[in-house]
Write a protein that binds this ligand. Sequence first.
Ligand code: AVI
Length: 320
Amino acid sequence: NVHAAALAKAHRFDEQTSAFAQDAIEGLSQFPKRLSPKYFYDATGSELFEQITVLPEYYPTRTELGILHDRAGEIASIIPGGAALVEFGAGATTKVRLLLNQCALSAYVPVDISGDFLKAQADALRRDFPALSVYPVTADFTAPFALPDAVRQVPKVGFFPGSTLGNFEPHEASAFMRSAREILGQGAQMVIGVDLEKDERVLYDAYNDAAGVTARFNLNVMVRINRELGGNFDTGAFIHRAIYNRDRHRIEMHLISKKAQSVRVLGRSFSFRPGETIHTESSYKYSLDRFTALARGSGWTPVESWTDADGMFSVHALVA
Ligand code: AVI
């Protein structure tokens, strides 16, 4: 996309903003229009997501925390002593703390695109776990990155909770699993949280909460485009909708235009028909079998998996 690249350059964007600019222009030029869910997470979006995780309808976070809490001892028993834990996309440290309390880990390597947030979290962990070395890495974990030299010699354990894998398209999910295996190396372990298929009503409610937090989270990507890419989205002229696509085993989040309108982003105009959507996120729901097949197909061997009593969510241990 030469035009978008030239625009980004003309606007003197930093690297992250020009990637956002190119992706946004490319996505809004497609039919159906789409935006990548990775752009939800500016400061406001991250805060709104934290609010989502404690909504009564949003079961994944508390269910996964319950599994990690109940099974921490079992999970710890398959993690070699002195290992370095590499967390892909480190948000709040609540989940990793459950493992740190049980495992004799030597190092923690949180990897996240947002450097400021990482540093604050790293400082808090150093205070609470003085024996732990913390080496934050600022990187987009969907692309290859180098681990710090200090953890080169110790066993590695990947940690990818939250069913973030579910926000990847199936080919992206396989590519991520393969790349994680490359980064962590032969013999590494991986602990990964994966949301499961279930009653459609439960899924629907989790992404259409009564308080409207998910709607604000979804619409915030337009606020972000307005601010960072000189857009003029009227957020009042779009509505949030999440539907379950049964054939593809995924929740889809959309922003739907209430009327015919056109929107300018970086000096380009994008027109919407009434009812036209921007597909902003897919959240894939796996069966245990479909996930273990994906893991095997990307170079991992499933070792064990745990679910809650209602079979809502799963945590898997894999070995490379
Ligand atoms: C981060 N991710 C796993 C969340 C999910 O459930 O797919 C993002 C989210 N989207 C709407 N609500 C939560």
